[in-house]
Design a protein around this ligand. Structure first.
Ligand code: CP
Ligand code: NVA
Length: 321
């Protein structure tokens, strides 16, 4: 197998089979934190943040260390990138010193540009448009608790709330890739971009999944296996707090909405959560909530993703399973 440079910039950068391969690898990392150590050396991985983070920062820092590497964590305030140094120049410099670049930033075009100039794998650690690492962890959580990775296809998932944000986009594309029945619900004005919905439908047609977008939260949640929500005010939108709260109340995940899902449905939230807004304390702190497993799974899923990307680049089959 010859080496190939791959990136994870959006959820549809990987195929159905590749997603399964990464999630199976993640299940191994769940059982054995030191299952593979592709960064033994230690080799460095650059982990860049233009926005705040708790889970992504800790899971990539700990994860890279457990893979035998050194996490070089750089915040916007402490980097020349944050002062406006070109993305391309940053990519060229980091390529000379590190084995992969992980970046949380604003526009998707920024990670795309980083990947264009880097000759090492680039991973999107959240942009305004997508959060693919989170959704890998979320699907790992379903696999962990509901019959393994091979049972993911055919599962139905519902996301309610701000359906125009990064999480909604990622559930659409990643869910379609997995062969899931993906239902997304939000108010008019906060629905996903038509191009993303169209792409998700094309993928779903090839995996046996399906896509539903609706303004009726009950339609999305009825009979579903897993309910997801996210904040109504994403990072960068804090100034819109007052106008954003009003249209979303109908989409709050509370006991009434959860009662429409399957009796054993899981509840997930990428966190941070705002109790009393997008989810009630009864739900997020209740028996159906699996948010702490979900948070832990960021670690296992991202270690698997990095190992897989490095395995592909090196042409090293032993890192892919
Ligand atoms: N879910 C998530 O990405 O959390 P952080 O913003 O804390 O990284
Ligand atoms: N949609 C949220 C996700 C946070 C992990 C945001 O972008 O702020």
């Amino acid at each position: 197998m010859s080496g190939q440079l791959r990136h994870m910039l959006r959820d549809d950068d990987i195929t159905h089979d590749e997603q399964l391969q990464i999630l199976k690898l993640a299940m191994h990392f769940r059982k054995d934190r030191f299952y593979r150590r592709p960064f033994d050396g230690p080799q460095a991985v650059a982990v860049l943040f233009d926005k705040p983070s708790t889970r992504t920062r800790s899971s990539f820092s700990v994860g890279v260390a457990e893979l035998g590497g050194y996490p070089l964590v750089i915040d916007k305030s402490g980097s020349q990138l944050g002062r406006g140094e070109p993305v391309a120049d940053t990519a060229r410099v980091l390529t000379r010193m590190t084995s992969a670049i992980v970046w949380r930033t604003f526009g998707q075009e920024r990670v795309e540009e980083m990947a264009q100039y880097a000759t090492i794998p680039v991973v999107n650690a959240l942009t305004d448009q997508f959060h693919p690492c989170q959704v890998l962890a979320d699907f790992l959580t379903i696999a962990q608790l509901r019959g393994g990775v091979d049972a993911l296809a055919g599962t139905s998932i519902a996301y309610v709330g701000d359906a125009a944000n990064n999480m909604a986009n990622s559930y659409l594309l990643a869910g379609a890739t997995a062969g899931m029945h993906v239902r997304v619900s939000g108010p008019n004005g906060y629905l996903p971009d038509a191009q993303i919905v169209e792409k998700a439908k094309v993928i779903a047609a090839s995996t046996g999944g399906s896509i539903l977008v609706t303004t009726e939260p009950a339609e999305a949640v009825s009979g579903t296996d897993c309910v997801f929500t996210d904040t109504w005010v994403s990072m960068g939108e804090e100034g819109e707090y007052a106008i954003r709260s009003k249209p979303f109340w109908k989409y709050q995940v509370n006991d009434g909405l959860m009662a429409l899902a399957k009796p054993d449905a899981l509840f997930q939230h990428c966190l941070p959560a705002y109790r009393g807004k997008e989810v009630t304390a009864d739900v997020i702190d209740g028996p159906q909530s699996v948010v702490w497993d979900e948070a832990e799974n960021r670690l296992h899923a991202q270690k698997a993703l990095l190992t897989w990307l490095i395995g592909i680049q090196r042409g090293d089959e032993s890192l892919l399973s």
